[in-house]
Design a binder for this molecule. Sequence first.
Ligand code: TYM
Length: 335
Amino acid sequence: MRVVSGIKPTGNLHLGNYLGAVKQWVAMQDEIQAAGGGTMYFIADLHGLTEWIAPADLRANTVEMTATLVAAGIDPARSILFNQARVAAHSELSWLLNNVARVGWLNRMTQFKDKAGKNREGASVGLYDYPVLMAADVLLYNATHVPVGEDQKQHLELARDIATKFNNDYATELFTLPEPLVSKAAPRIMSLRDAGAKMSKSNPSEQSLVKLIDSDDVIADKFRKAKTDPDLLPATWDELEDRAEARNLVTIFAALADRTPGDVVADYAGRGFGQFKPALADLAVAKLGPIRDEMQRLMGDAGAIDAILKTGAEKAADLAAPMLRRAQEAMGLVI
Ligand code: TYM
């Protein structure tokens, strides 16, 4: 078993990333390693280029994201932690897979449609090709499992299609089909201002997302001001079906507390958000505050972060080289 997953350094780590992906990544270090497998996590800086980002911001975000992942519990001694751009095989395999992926497949990708919006002609080719690089990221290491939030599931289905077509076209069994593992606890954390939109780094409203760098006061304030309805909490989770804001806050509470949403609702049955929100704010501060403090401590040691990324990239490159070579051989590129 090999677990591979990545995160873009286009902003600070937020609660959606943490609950939807990173918390699973941390837990999998123990589970997968106990089963004799390995875990690899990377900062997807090449994916970060698909929408404009100033070079200084990309550099700073990559360092900060690395520190945040380590502070959140990714142990560089147990997981291979690296940044994608430092392992050239990702880009090289991506080009090979560009010739396997079909335009029709990419045209169906909802994330491209959302991100390009009405300005399709003005979107970068990288944004369109984004899922092929993502396929290369996981196929390069024969990933068996890829822990992600729900929004990335379609991209992984595409990676499976690319792997299948490559294996068929070149009569090989080179690529393993990766299995997306979508968090059951927090598949899709929504904005605190609009429960119809996912919590996202690109949302311009600061109040819509809780960042892992936020101070305790800011975290508490964002939860206090989160949009809700005036009704009391019911006795069961099912009764929240038409109350999207309430569902989102209960989901966040449950995921942070490692409890089921049903248990959390039952605990607060008959009480209003005037009581629920402060309890959620306290819980979030208790869980996220120590991660932020440790991240800030790590950020004071830029040399240590760079050493982590350098060692991680060397280990990743060693694993990637034979796979890339075999893909090149299968395609007739090795004379
Ligand atoms: P990115 O950087 O947008 O997000 C990182 C991870 O966080 C999850 N996530 C969420 N989960 C629940 N609720 C939310 N509101 C929420 N927002 C984000 C994402 O699903 C993701 O798991 N394309 C990827 C990065 C990537 C990658 C890969 C992932 C590049 N190559 C290979 C897996 C395998 C991305 O942009 O994630």
